[in-house]
Design a protein around this ligand. Structure first.
Ligand SMILES: [Zn+2]
Ligand SMILES: [Zn+2]
Length: 353
């Protein structure tokens, strides 16, 4: 079922409707009081921690203790610990209680083993981006080449030979590969008809605008795809194809939320990583938002900061920009989300200036 048919109900408190000027938007379907939680998400599609914080952030609850290394690791089934670190045994046990979790940890471990095996080859290597520009045609032609030539070639090789075709990946690519593995695991273990999967299929992709602005992403996408194509264990393979991979990354560009350190002021807190929560991606931005987003461990809660009337749009602040002047806010939104903010506050402030 598609959103266009008006059938996706993310919450009983609001509806998603198609509007003329801002596409899809969320509207309260009744009068709502300040401090109402309109959405509480307990499961993300995928998450990944920044490379520099990989040992300092709990893989289950994203706890960060000012740079202290997390103490709890997986048991010795995984010599490398699958790159997972936990704040407590309780968090580790919760993580391990996920159904089929060994398929996720196997994939993380294989990626990490490859990452460490490449350490020497990475030394002194400078990333020379082969793409300094990228049009829609160039993006399509890259994928056509991978599909028609690269995959065909790899598929004919013996498994032992394939390893020689692995690209040397950098830190960003490693972090991205972990994110994609997490997403593939969620896709593989979720019901196609679940709310999260329906929302995921309906996410808007910002692939072409993002890559045109940052052509270096094309190399990253290619390297991560090739790495996973060669390394992925069988359980995660069925959902791994070029269209799904491109949809995961294309929708990540416009829809991921930062995982920020909690309990710190917004200018001193650390950016620990990012995650995609498809059901939360239908809120539009406003510079006078009526929703506050708050992370509680691995849950994300969206709470009203004012009373709202039926049919009023529910909006969030995309990037902590409310303290900035209108021109600066609009510039940031344009650069990151490719739209010009026409919210009530921006309109008012441009009239005054
Ligand atoms: Zn934890
Ligand atoms: Zn605005």
């Amino acid at each position: 079922m598609t959103l266009e048919e008006g059938t996706v109900q993310i919450s009983e408190l609001f509806d998603i409707r198609i509007t003329n000027d801002s596409g899809r938007a969320c509207f309260a379907n009744r009068d709502l009081k300040k401090n109402t939680d309109v959405l509480c998400l307990k499961k993300c599609l995928g998450a990944s921690t920044c490379y520099e914080f990989r040992k300092e952030v709990c893989s289950q609850c994203f706890r960060y203790e000012g740079g202290r290394r997390m103490k709890v690791r997986l048991d010795n089934k995984y010599p490398k610990g699958a790159g997972l670190w936990f704040c407590t045994e309780n968090c580790r046990d919760q993580f391990l209680r996920q159904e089929h979790v060994d398929h996720l940890t196997d994939a993380y471990e294989i990626l990490l083993v490859n990452w460490e095996a490449q350490a020497k080859k990475r030394v002194g290597r400078v990333d020379n981006a082969s793409n300094t520009s990228a049009s829609t045609e160039e993006i399509e032609s890259l994928w056509q080449d991978i599909r028609d030539n690269w995959i065909t070639r790899i598929d004919c090789m013996k498994p032992t030979k394939r390893a020689s075709q692995l690209p040397i990946i950098n830190e960003d690519e490693y972090v991205c590969a972990r994110f994609v593995i997490h997403c593939l695991f969620t896709l593989e273990t979720s019901h196609a008809s679940s709310l999260q999967m329906t929302a995921f299929r309906n996410l808007q992709s910002n692939e072409s605008s993002k890559i045109m602005k940052f052509p270096v992403l094309l190399d990253l996408q290619k390297h991560v795809f090739q790495t996973l194509y060669i390394l992925l264990p069988s359980f995660l393979r069925p959902k791994f194809d070029i269209p799904t991979y491109r949809h995961i990354l294309g929708s990540e560009y416009g829809n991921s939320f930062g995982i920020w350190q909690n309990e710190e002021s917004s200018d001193s807190r650390e950016y620990l990583g990012y995650w995609v929560l498809p059901e939360a991606s239908f809120f539009n931005h406003s510079c006078a938002p009526n929703l506050i987003k708050h992370r509680a461990g691995n849950q994300m809660v969206f709470t009203l900061n004012s009373d709202v009337l039926k049919d009023q749009e529910l909006c969030i602040d995309y990037k902590d920009i409310l303290h900035l002047k209108v021109d600066e806010r609009r510039r940031i939104l344009k650069e990151n989300w490719f739209f010009s903010c026409e919210c009530s506050r921006c309109k008012l402030e441009t009239q005054i200036n």
